[in-house]
Design a protein around this ligand. Structure first.
Ligand code: NDP
Length: 279
């Protein structure tokens, strides 16, 4: 399941929607200079600008105070030209990540991490949902991977990937198991998985002997090794699975495409073209 062709289609759709909606604004906030975050952000901005979204990459000093950051978010919440706000995580230790995320207007929360949006997903009435899980669902749908009644196993329970993808799979009527670092006997679960989503951040967490014949495997991991970027799944798992996402070139490009789609959705909410369930 290659990401770039589908991501390109979605980005082209987004460009058309942006032309219809008029000027759209996306602002990202990066605190400090983590090199990996800088690369991810530059790709997001390149794609946003290509789709006609006015995007701004704000770099903030590593030692910014929480109050300063909250004030900036509050100004962006009020700015009419801004449809989407994304705070690149992780944040340095002086900043309370949960508090910072709560400060973002849920209507502009294009990363889908605000408790309001996370809660809507939990309730089965999704609003703005994190981009990576949306990208995974789009890839599975594009390849017509059956989800209804399927055994789906998610490894990882982060707020940005593991938990939201588990909820989206559940809403598609899969039977979902969530595994994590304390799971006893990972292979016992993964071998049952018709759909296996791996979001751990450690190479070869899943080896071919852990994969069910004919299954669909989604490798979210991005790990920098001496041999280059690898995922969480050993590449020869492709010999067992019917579908597998490569790393790089799988989920990564989908994440960017879905961030742009979320920006359009946020713009629609704010312009009253879509009803946002608040108040
Ligand atoms: P987190 O570190 O937040 O979460 C990792 C999860 O993996 C945790 O739930 C942890 O369990 C679990 N885990 C750790 N070790 C094991 C193990 N040995 N066996 C089973 N479970 C384990 O990471 P993220 O969810 O943010 O990201 C995961 C990976 O996906 C990273 O490589 C990240 O770079 C990549 N990523 C890629 C994106 C893309 O667009 N392609 C987007 C976002 C992330 P516990 O909760 O018990 O600690």
């Amino acid at each position: 399941m290659e990401g770039p062709p589908l991501a390109a289609r979605i980005r082209a759709e987004v460009a058309g929607e942006v032309r219809e909606l008029g000027a759209l604004g996306l602002v990202t906030l990066q605190v400090g200079e983590d090199p990996a975050s800088t690369i991810y952000l530059s790709r997001k901005h390149e794609a946003a600008q290509e789709a006609g979204i006015v995007s701004e990459d704000r770099k903030l000093p590593e030692d910014i105070s929480e109050e300063e950051l909250l004030e900036l978010i509050s100004a962006l919440n009020a700015a009419d030209a801004v449809d989407g706000i994304l705070v690149q995580l992780p944040l340095p230790p002086q900043l309370d990540e949960a508090r910072v995320i709560r400060a973002i207007d849920p209507l502009k929360d294009v990363d889908g991490l605000h408790p309001f949006n996370a809660g809507q997903l939990y309730l089965g009435r999704p609003t703005l949902v994190p981009a990576t899980p949306l990208g995974i669902m789009a890839l599975l749908a594009d390849h017509r991977v059956p989800l209804e009644g399927a055994e789906a196993v998610v490894i990882g329970r982060s707020d940005i990937v593991g938990k939201p993808i588990a909820h989206l799979l559940l809403q598609s009527n899969a039977t979902v198991t969530i595994c994590h670092s304390r799971t006893d006997d990972l292979a016992r679960h993964t071998l049952e998985a018709d759909v296996l989503v791996v979001a751990v951040g450690s190479p070869e967490v899943v080896t071919p002997d852990m994969v069910k014949q004919g299954s669909a495997v989604v490798d979210v991991g991005i790990n920098r090794t001496e041999g280059g970027i690898v995922g969480d799944v050993a590449p020869d798992a492709a010999d067992v699975a019917a579908f597998i996402t490569p790393v790089p070139g799988g989920v990564g490009p989908m994440t960017i495409a879905m961030l742009l789609r979320n920006t359009v959705k946020a713009a629609r909410y704010r312009r009253g073209l879509l009803a946002f369930p608040r108040g």
